[in-house]
Design a protein around this ligand. Structure first.
Ligand SMILES: Cc1cc2nc3c(=O)[nH]c(=O)nc-3n(C[C@H](O)[C@H](O)[C@H](O)COP(=O)(O)O)c2cc1C
Length: 196
């Protein structure tokens, strides 16, 4: 069983990464192989709406020249995907959103000749981080993505939101850390039930 934690913060040692590290440690303590990838060093350009991924047999995004394909392959390989994003103006950070948008048409397309849809019944869910407000808007933005892509998204003791401003603040957000830990425990529990 493999889990992939994607951090959408453009900052090094970000708060988003701190919450995801808690999730990753929890998953590893459940003997789930877990990678944490931060998109801070990655370039993922926006979808060009060429529709090639929708109509071509390969179901691949045809746009090259950035880090999309490497990240997309890791998403397809994983049994669970956790996406963390800082909140910027009540929304998800654009780089991680570009990745999710470009992964989505190949993911949701009904394709009887190639078997099930790419993310069918993977386990996963979002975590959003803000200084004061907007976490729920960004959380909803990500939940809609997980929902459309046919993920199974477990809950926690509260919504998966962190309250943090400066680097290092996440470590002091005891409730946020506990919410993320519980969420990751639920991801591990579900994985053990659903992955053969
Ligand atoms: C461009 C920008 C927009 C932001 N917008 C919001 C916002 O809408 N609401 C909020 O509470 N904090 C906002 N913040 C603060 C960040 O969400 C906060 O610093 C968070 O800890 C960043 O997470 P990170 O360390 O993972 O990057 C914004 C920060 C930046 C740079």
């Amino acid at each position: 069983m493999k889990a992939l934690c994607l951090s959408g913060s453009p900052r090094k040692d970000s708060n988003t990464e701190s919450y995801l590290q808690v999730a990753a440690e929890t998953l590893r303590s459940n003997r789930i192989e877990t990678d944490l990838v931060t998109v801070v060093d990655k370039v993922v350009n926006p979808c060009r709406a060429c529709y090639e991924c929708w109509y071509k047999e390969s179901r691949e995004c045809q746009q090259d020249g950035d880090d999309f394909h490497e990240l997309f392959e890791r998403m397809v390989e994983a049994d669970a995907i956790l996406v963390g994003s800082p909140v910027h103006y009540s929304a998800v950070h654009p780089t991680i959103w570009n990745l999710l948008v470009r992964a989505s048409f190949p993911g949701i397309r009904d394709h009887p000749h190639s078997g099930p849809r790419l993310f069918d019944r993977k386990v996963g869910g979002p975590i959003t981080v803000a200084r004061r407000a907007g976490q729920n808007f960004a959380l909803a933005q990500l939940l809609l993505w997980f929902n459309l892509n046919n993920f199974i998204v477990p809950g926690s003791m509260y919504w998966n939101v962190g309250t943090a401003r400066s680097i290092g603040d996440a470590a002091r957000d005891e409730e946020g850390i506990e919410i993320v830990r519980q969420f990751a425990e639920n991801v591990a529990w579900l994985l053990k039930k659903t992955v053969p």
